[in-house]
Design a protein around this ligand. Sequence first.
Ligand code: PGA
Length: 275
Amino acid sequence: MRLIIKEDSAAVGLWAAKYVRNRINSFLEDNWDEARSAAGKTFNLGLPTGSTPLHMYKNLVQFCKEGSLSFKHVRTFNMDEYVGLPMNHAESYHTFMFENLFKHIDIDPNNVNILDGNADDLELECEQYEKRIRDAGGIDLFVGGIGADGHIAFNEPGSSLVSRTRVKSLATETIEANRRFFQESGVDVPKRALTVGVGTVMDASEVMILITGHHKALALHKAIEQGVNHMWTVSALQQHPGALFICDESSTDELRVGTAKYFKGLMEEHDKLIE
Ligand code: PGA
C-alpha cells in the first residue's frame, strides 16, 4: 500500500488527477497500436461521485483542455447509482458525472458505464454490469472515495468483502448524510442503491482512494492501521497488491505519528509516480 499525504483537498485532487493522467498516457504509449485500437481496447477507469473527487475532476477537465490528456481510448465504470431516482434528477450520479466530467471531455458516450437504478430487473442490471466489466478486460484503475463509516462505493458496514455488484439498502447514517441534497427537490432521499461490490473493486489492477477531512480520520485509521474487517469495508484493500490512498493532513488526525512520518518520508519516491 502507498499512502500519499498532501496539505489539503485541492492538493489531493491535483495529485490524483496527475496520477490518472499518467496511467492513461502510459497505457497509450505502452499498448497503443492500430490492431488494438481496431479491437476497441481501452484503458478502463472506475470512478466515484461525491464531494471528495471534485478537485480531481476539475483538474482532469483542465488537462483535456490543455491537450495533455485525452479520454478517447478510456472506458469508464461508475461505482454506484441510486435506485428509483430519475436519471436526469439533479442528484443522480448520472447527472453528477455528466456535469462534472463527461460533458467537458472527449470521451465517447458509448464508453461511459453507469448502473441503471431504474432498470426493470435490478438484479439482472447488476449481473450485466459485472459482465460488461469482464468483457472490457477488467478495470485498470478504480478511483474511489470513502464514507466516514469506512464504506467503499455503497458497501456499508457489514458488507461481504467478496461482494459483487448488487442492490444495497443504505445505512441510516448514509441516508441522513444524503438528506440535505434532496430537501428541496420534492423527491424523498433514496434508501437503496446499486453498487459495485468490494470484490468488484478488489479485482481492479490498481485502486486509488481519496480521503479528505477530519470526519474521515477514524475511517482512515481503521482502513490502514487495524485489521481487515467487514465493518470498515475499505480495510479490504490491505489485501490488494496495488492500493494507493491519497489523503489530506486533517484526515490523518487519527493515525499514529509514526505512520504519517513513515509515509511522508517516502513522498519524494511517490512523487515520481506523477512526473
Ligand atoms: P463524499 O462521499 O466524497 O461526499 O464525502 C464519499 C462517500 O460517501 O463514499
